[in-house]
Design a binder for this molecule. Sequence first.
Ligand SMILES: C[S@@+](CC[C@H](N)C(=O)[O-])C[C@H]1O[C@@H](n2cnc3c(N)ncnc32)[C@H](O)[C@@H]1O
Length: 301
Amino acid sequence: MLAHAGVDTLLAEIVRINPLQSSFIESSLEGATPDEVNDLSRYISFCERNSLDIPYLAECYDLIVKDTLREQFYFQRHQRYRYSTFAEVADSVYFDNDYMSKYMHGLAITAWLWPNHREMHRYFARKIPTTEKGTYLEVGPGHGVYMMTAMNLSAYDRFEGIDLSPTSVEMTRALLASHEETHRAVYEIYCSDFLEDELHQKRYDAIVMGEVLEHVEEPLIFLQKIRELAADDAFIFITTPINAPAVDHIYLFQSYKDIEELVVQSGLSVRESQLIPYPGESIDESLEQCLPVNVALVLKN
Ligand SMILES: C[S@@+](CC[C@H](N)C(=O)[O-])C[C@H]1O[C@@H](n2cnc3c(N)ncnc32)[C@H](O)[C@@H]1O
């Protein structure tokens, strides 16, 4: 029996609209802590307060599952992602409000239901400094879940987010505004491309960029910009996957070495890292079969 009716109802609805999901969904929360189940339940309540009901959330989750599966088939056949330029995906993903809203709500739900995404979020929660002061910047907050976690766990005085999708900006603002814990925090979310110099500060004490590098044509420039913006000894946290096809993934990392080399080329270096295998496989097995491996990095400048 699950702890919360909203969670139960969501899982049942996901299986109702896509019975192929039943065995995965039945065990999806087995490794989750009571706090994580409670956080998912709060996320569902937040959506319901914003007139997004459980059938809609189940559709969002189903969209990401089906899109990912379709792209995995393409990837296995061609050993490359379907698209390689921003122009090919921008209008149908980032600037299509209906699609982006479903995609981001679906992705947010995977942070609780998918063991690899859950592990990545846990790693972030363990690594974010809890007593440091200063300004926190998040690039591409998307659904806003990581930014909310940062506000809940850290002691930064000011939080800024930058995302080029108007839908992501609205979703992040709504999520942050909904949480009592974040009411004390000063925050601002800009709707802009990270490379377009819209930021208000020259230096940041924390820079977080989750699942963005694989969405851009030139990830090196993003890392170089992060290095320029990072204050001495800033907390820099980045995630990006290896061999992980998705509708809008345009830059393919095929190994951990690919990522590390780019980090070093940018002038940053790896302080700590965690590689998270495809559910049910080891890291070696995932890499051998070209299955997705999630990579989380704490960097230093
Ligand atoms: C897959 S989502 C990541 C959401 C969240 N950070 C996470 O880790 O799950 C990628 C986000 O990055 C944003 N994004 C992509 N390219 C960007 C750019 N050049 N500047 C700012 N945001 C960008 C997208 O609009 C989207 O909201």
